[in-house]
Ligand binder design. Sequence first.
Ligand code: MG
Ligand code: MG
Length: 252
Amino acid sequence: MISIKSDYEIDLLRKAGHIVYLTHKYLEKYIKPGITTLELDKLAHDFVISQGATLSFLNYEGFPASICTSINEEVVHGIPSNRKLKNGDIISIDIGACYKGYHGDSAWTYPVGKISAEKQYLLKHTKEALYEGLKAVKENCRIGDISSAIETYANKYNLGVVKELVGHGVGSSIHEDPEVPNYGKANTGHVLKENMVIAIEPMLNLGSSDVYILDDDWTIVSADNSPSAHFEHTVVVTKNGCEILTGDDNFE
Ligand code: MG
Ligand code: MG
């Protein structure tokens, strides 16, 4: 069942989303060659706690860290470690924060130092695919309208759409109904109503869309080792569009 949030709940979701946004802006300054993903994890952890929130992913289904850090061919769910970022890497950072029982969820993929033209292409068009999905959201739209907008855009730029992982509802649980796939047909699926809250999160590969899971049972990687990017916002459905809860006008 897809829950419709009260205005009171939307306020808490807005606060949780804003904390996620602030955490991204805080971490961004540290994303440089030489820092380890574990150091980024600790910075994010302490920042989220300082905001009066908790880490949504820490211990979620056993996940052993505060944030997900996925480098290059890693698609999602990378576990922070002593690995140092290198010039030319790209890193997706996925952050979830819980404020007074309500969650925000947002991933962003960042360049480390100077990256190749093809990685720039991947980042630009994966972010744009997210915004194509966001543009499809408004009261009485259907999930398939969002899915189709993302897939159509990704196909246009010849990027592989990861199908094994999907967006989702967000509320007092980090993952709620409905599923929001990044592929599908317009005018199909659940109808969205005002005050429903969903996370939209295209994961696109420079190569094939195929992925597999590493032996750590968490990290998803592209099957052909091609670079992968991931951009995600949590949004609330409004009469004429949506309000992004995990960003503001400068978060682009
Ligand atoms: Mg998510
Ligand atoms: Mg996320």
